[in-house]
Write a new protein. Structure first.
Length: 53
């Protein structure tokens, strides 16, 4: 599974349940899309700080 927030959370849960887990990441750094910040599509109008523009 990937190293984004959801993949890491799932890996922890599976590991605690006794499963063997392997994490994979296509990029050089982990975090998937979360490393890029919150996508504007996930914010309501006017919620993004002006510095993000």
């Amino acid at each position: 599974m990937g190293t984004g927030p959801n993949g890491c959370a799932a890996a922890v849960a599976l590991g605690r349940a006794g499963r063997e887990v392997a994490l994979y990441e296509a990029r050089e750094t982990s975090g998937a899309g979360a490393a890029d910040g919150v996508p504007h599509a996930h914010l309501s109008n006017g919620d993004a700080p002006a510095s993000w523009a």
